[in-house]
Design a protein around this ligand. Structure first.
Ligand code: NAP
Length: 305
């Protein structure tokens, strides 16, 4: 019997992973927030994944964090700001040699989880797949993409990558996952906050090229100083390319703000500014951007952490 995939959080990415693994015959167990969410799920009876316009249901079994079955493999699919607290509740259930796969965007939450669970192997992921919830327990697979997984402390790939292949989850083992996460964070810092402050689609930043280029210069300096020179290479050109290629899209941060949802700012721009301060790198435009964004979030009554 293969190892059960415990999936913590049945939101967009959690559902996307749980349904594809279950469809391929892998044992999957959802871990939901509490008894009320479990009851709501059991009333619905299944997760729904909408793919290419067709909806399919998957009756993946679920439990609350205080269930007793030991956890050998945990896929953490909540937001970065929830990850540490959510995993802390499960510590007593982690089996010796357990593996934790972290799907969170940005940086900071992964290290916090790894520090909580030093006995577990923590694998960090960076994904370009896109999904959103269009109802409770119902997720639309909106953007086919790719997921890189890696372990900064241990380069050998785990055997369960075969499960991902069987489930049709496009992926690759990466020996430089931190570089990938830093690069994605830098792209996010150069684009997302400005789309919120200028209230525009990504393409709207074509009218603010100087501001974007100045931020890219500071972000590249930060990446060099914190030992990630590869993530700094041609950053401005890539940011411009992404702005052009995704011109019609609203950034994830813009979508969060427009829907009055908490953003992951502390794990994106906030993390970059915190690391800059730790390395004593002076990045005036990035710091000013953070202050403007925080003020803007406050003015909308949204949390700024
Ligand atoms: P989401 O749709 O908001 O889902 C998060 C889920 O976590 C929710 O279902 C929430 O439960 C659950 N949760 C939170 N705390 C929990 C706890 N203590 N116990 C159990 N469940 C808990 O978020 P998402 O869009 O999937 O994003 C997850 C991460 O992936 C983020 O860091 C995001 O940036 C990253 N990411 C997302 C995408 C995407 O396309 N969505 C793409 C790339 C990366 P409730 O339902 O009860 O609130």
């Amino acid at each position: 019997m293969s190892t059960t995939w415990h999936v913590l959080g049945a939101g967009s990415l959690g559902t996307l992973w749980a349904t594809r693994l279950a469809r391929a015959g892998m044992p999957v167990k959802l871990i939901l927030r509490d008894a009320a969410r479990l009851q709501a799920y059991e009333t619905a009876g299944a997760l729904t994944l909408v793919e290419h316009g067709a909806a399919h249901q998957y009756a993946v079994p679920a439990e609350t964090p205080d269930a007793h079955q030991p956890i050998n493999r945990l896929l953490v699919a909540c937001k970065a700001y929830d990850a540490q607290k959510a995993v802390a509740q499960l510590l007593p259930r982690l089996a010796p040699g357990a593996e934790i796969i972290l799907l969170q965007n940005g940086l900071g939450s992964q290290d916090a989880v790894a520090a909580l669970a030093p006995q577990a192997r923590c694998i960090y992921a960076s994904s370009t797949e896109g999904a959103f919830r269009d109802g409770d327990w119902r997720v639309v697979f909106a953007g086919h993409g790719f997921t890189w997984l890696g372990d900064a402390g241990h380069p050998v790939a785990p055997v369960w990558l075969d499960d991902l292949s069987a489930a049709g989850i496009p992926h690759e083992w990466s020996t430089n996952i931190l570089t990938r996460l830093w690069r994605k964070l830098a792209l996010n810092c150069a684009i997302n906050p400005l789309t919120v402050l200028h209230d525009c689609r990504n393409g709207g930043l074509q009218a603010h090229r100087c501001e974007v280029a100045t931020l890219c210069g500071e972000l590249a300096e930060l990446l060099e100083r914190c030992g990630q020179p590869a993530a700094a290479e041609n950053l401005t050109q890539e940011v411009e390319r992404v702005i052009q290629a995704t011109a019609a899209n609203y950034s994830s941060m813009h979508q969060d703000v427009a829907s009055q949802r908490r953003t992951e700012i502390s794990y994106l721009l906030g993390y970059a500014c915190k690391v800059a301060a730790r390395h004593q790198v002076n990045l005036p435009h990035l710091n000013q951007l953070q202050q403007r964004l925080i003020s803007h979030l406050h003015s909308l009554g949204l949390p700024s952490d």
